[in-house]
Design a protein around this ligand. Structure first.
Ligand SMILES: [Zn+2]
Length: 307
């Protein structure tokens, strides 16, 4: 059983990592790396546990909100310069069954930009997550919207029993809206439980005629409204993320030509040993100096020449 992290603990985690690094540079680094890795593993364990719950149709209820935890882990990762922990976490969030629902991941990226400059967001190194979410939203929005006569509900029911196989066939049928289904009480109850656990847009009533009674399952017009709302939400999120693109792209390579043709990107070290980007390919970088810890260079996944 994973220990649930409180929001207070998550709020202090980045500051605690900074304290460890400042107070004891060598031992502190090892302690910070250990603590961050432990917290990242605890998150992954909690996520795996939450996946044992039935999926909700259209992700209507996000269930556990992971944003506070992930914000703390990404912020802590940048402070402790724990790149492999961060990269493992992003792989976990973008691959296979443990992938974060796309809208939830997009909301997380938008939340990361609140109260941070684009340069500060870039130090978190979230470009791979950003690319994953933007590509997925573009794919989702490129599909044809539901036709007005398409009542199909293509949803992966968890249960594989014969009743659920029949239910699945009915749900997937684009022309059938209602099904009357003679079933004994226990079997009616099972179908009702499956519909309820996945929050499918169908209603059911028991018709007390004949023997056994029939379960009458009816698809609801909310199917169309919810899907249209979900699509509008995805479109708004994609626009919002594109507006914030500069906060998620990789920093330019040293010596790379700037897209505006005004010279090349360049960095140098300042007296405190910090790498300074003195000309970047982002409008806001070109206007001011961006200070990055020298060790942050690996965060951006490319080699800047050391001076
Ligand atoms: Zn079943």
């Amino acid at each position: 059983m994973a220990v649930r992290r409180t929001s207070t603990w998550l709020a202090v985690l980045p500051a605690l990592l900074r304290e460890l690094l400042d107070a004891a540079p060598t031992h502190g680094e090892a302690a910070a790396a250990w603590l961050l890795t432990r917290e990242a593993k605890a998150f992954q364990q909690a996520r795996l546990e939450s996946l044992r719950l039935p999926a909700i149709w259209l992700g209507g209820d996000k269930g556990a909100d992971h944003s506070k935890t992930l914000m703390a882990l990404f912020t802590g990762g940048a402070i402790a310069e724990a790149w492999s922990t961060r990269d493992d976490l992003i792989a976990f969030l973008t691959t296979g069954a443990t992938s974060l629902p796309i809208v939830e991941a997009g909301d997380l990226l938008v939340a990361c930009t609140e109260g941070r400059t684009p340069a500060a967001v870039r130090t978190l190194g979230l470009h791979a997550l950003y690319r994953h979410v933007v590509d997925a939203l573009e794919r989702m929005l490129a599909t044809t919207p539901r036709a007005s006569d398409d009542w199909s509900i293509d949803f992966p029911l968890r249960c594989k029993c014969e009743l659920c196989a029949t239910l699945r066939t009915f749900l997937r049928d684009r022309g059938r809206v209602e099904q009357a289904w003679p079933l004994a009480e226990a079997r009616r109850q099972h179908v009702q439980n499956v519909i309820g656990s996945h929050r499918l847009p169908v209603t059911y009533v028991t018709s007390r005629r004949g023997s056994p009674y029939s379960l009458v399952v009816t698809k609801q017009p909310a199917l169309f409204d919810h899907e249209a709302a979900s699509r509008a939400r995805q479109g708004a999120l994609l626009r919002s993320l594109k507006e914030r693109r500069a906060a998620f792209v990789r920093l330019p390579r040293d010596g790379a030509e700037r897209p505006d043709g005004r010279g090349s990107c360049a960095t140098r070290m300042d007296p405190q040993g910090k790498r300074i980007l003195i000309a970047g390919n982002h409008a806001e970088d070109a206007k001011r100096v961006v200070r990055l810890p020298a060790r942050s260079l690996a965060l951006h996944g490319h080699a800047l020449a050391r001076t």
